[in-house]
Design a protein around this ligand. Structure first.
Ligand code: 5AD
Ligand code: SF4
Length: 474
């Protein structure tokens, strides 16, 4: 009999990948996906701890399952991912009907844990060692990767995939919980990555996004030497069928010139670099323990622009970090105007218990001020994005067609042949145009006639020569 799995995923690309792996392992045990918690035999939440808001949402969703469990005590409810690693037993205290709590380093145990719950109705926790609870080797070993198994139906599209090249993080920015939930930084062996990329390409994947918390710090040592991101990209570039290579997220201090030259010289590599600045104030950067100054970041920007003309650069920011004065925030606004990012993700600081920031700095900026700073910086960024997009007016861009746009998915007739479609340029700009659904997965030329802060609007360019028609005399 088929069993039904409901899985809800929040958070970063790492979590998307983790869900792919878990779904693949459960399919092997006879599970099918369902989009209703009512139908499901097993309900899993893949959680995020980066901001408190994400955790609140998960706890509310869990709250709604209380009745489910009363009506059907055999339903298995599991919490996996970063919040599972961070909160552990607290999850059982807040939601006693949860059956399993599984950290991101133990996901391969999920099928067995579900079976155990079914046989003895027990509650199980599987988590990694904390960052102070063992030797580095022991801690590393307790964060197992789980990558060879994948479920193609869970990918963003059939022709796009994420590929993890690194787990964990060793930077310990004072605001960030990730080094605690995902453990020490570890680069996957290049052979494993290349083998997985080849399988993806054979399955029809055209674009691979390499993921790591600090993807450009990637390093793997073995008998044949040390491989870094630049070398890995060069090897991936050889794989037939792959047309685009992207990588997220970058750490400013590790943006080496050999990586920039590789991006410049290998055409399949996206000339798009997401490299979070977080703040434009040296004092705030110091409190965040980001490991670079405004001057270092400026130098890095100059090196990127000198090496890769036309590169698109995007950033993340945290506003309202502990003690952030108005002057310090205005320094961020000023640097944003100077850097002219393609786009920025802006977050209000959220104190995370377990981080150095929560331990040593009071979260002293009122929410109202955080909100105002968030909106102000967003308005500055949106104006820059819109001005930046003007350069594409009247130009042709190459787009990997992803499928129906968000608007078409909600409002369009799914059976219509011609729909509003969406795709991205190699520099990660979103393009919207009308076209046949069958174009999904193809690289197309689009002529741009309108732009907004977030989107380029265009029409498909058809290069075909009009054949001379023979006149048929009747
Ligand atoms: N509060 C707000 N934003 C955070 N980020 C990481 N930790 C926090 C936090 N405690 C943001 C950073 C990071 C992005 C993924 O999330 O900007 O780059
Ligand atoms: Fe968190 Fe900093 Fe590591 Fe990024 S580099 S995951 S912000 S600790």
């Amino acid at each position: 009999m088929t069993k039904k799995l409901y899985i809800e995923t929040v958070g970063c690309q790492m979590n998307m990948l983790d869900s792919e792996m878990v779904v693949a392992s459960l399919r092997k045990k006879g599970y099918e996906l369902t989009d209703s918690t009512d139908d499901a035999d097993t309900i899993l939440f893949n959680t995020c701890s980066v901001r408190e808001h994400a955790e609140h949402k998960t706890y509310s969703a869990l709250g709604r399952l209380r009745e489910h469990k009363k009506l059907n005590p055999h339903k298995v409810i599991g919490v996996m991912g970063c919040m599972a690693q961070k909160d552990q037993k607290l999850i059982f205290e807040k939601a006693p009907y949860v059956d399993i709590v599984v950290g991101p380093g133990q996901l391969q145990q999920i099928p067995d844990l579900i079976e155990k719950v079914k046989s003895d109705s027990g509650q199980y926790t599987a988590v990694s060692l904390g960052r102070k609870n063992g030797s580095l080797e022991q801690i590393k070993r307790s964060h197992e990767t789980f990558d060879p198994l994948r479920d193609p139906t869970m990918r963003p599209t059939p022709f796009q995939a994420y590929l993890r090249i690194q787990i964990g993080c060793d930077k310990f920015c004072t605001y960030c919980i990730v080094p605690m939930t995902r453990g020490p930084e570890q680069g996957r062996p290049p052979k494993e990555i290349l083998d997985e990329a080849k399988i993806l390409a054979d399955q029809g994947c055209k674009e691979i996004t390499l993921v790591g918390q600090t993807v450009n710090s990637y390093k793997h040592k073995d008998d044949s030497g040390t491989t870094r991101l630049s070398g890995l990209l060069q090897q991936l570039h050889e794989i037939e069928g792959l047309q685009r290579l992207k990588f997220v997220t970058n750490y400013p201090k590790d943006m080496t010139t050999d990586l920039l030259e590789t991006i410049r010289d290998y055409p399949k590599i996206s000339k798009y670099i997401h490299v979070p600045l977080q703040s434009g104030s040296n004092d705030v950067l110091k409190r965040m323990k980001r490991g670079y100054t405004v001057e270092d970041y400026r130098d890095m920007m100059a090196r990127i622009h000198d090496t890769i003309p036309g590169a698109a650069i995007s950033s993340d920011f945290i506003v309202g970090f502990c003690g952030e004065t108005e002057e310090e925030f205005q320094e961020t606004v000023k640097l944003t105007k100077e850097c002219r990012f393609k786009n920025s993700f802006i977050f209000k600081y959220s104190e995370r218990p377990g981080t150095k920031g929560a331990e040593v700095f009071p979260d002293d900026i009122p929410d109202e001020i955080k909100k105002r700073r968030n909106n102000e910086l967003l308005a500055v960024q949106n104006q820059i994005s819109e001005e930046d997009n003007q350069q594409f007016l009247g130009q042709q861009v190459e787009v990997l067609v992803e499928g129906p746009s968000k608007w078409a998915k909600q409002n369009g007739d799914p059976d219509a042949q011609v729909l509003q479609l969406t795709g991205r340029t190699n520099c990660d700009r979103i393009v919207v145009f009308d076209g046949n659904q069958r174009l999904a997965g193809q690289l197309m030329k689009i002529a741009i006639y309108e732009v907004t802060s977030f989107t380029l609007l265009g029409t498909v360019v058809t290069d075909h020569q009009v054949p001379t028609l023979n006149t048929i005399s009747v």
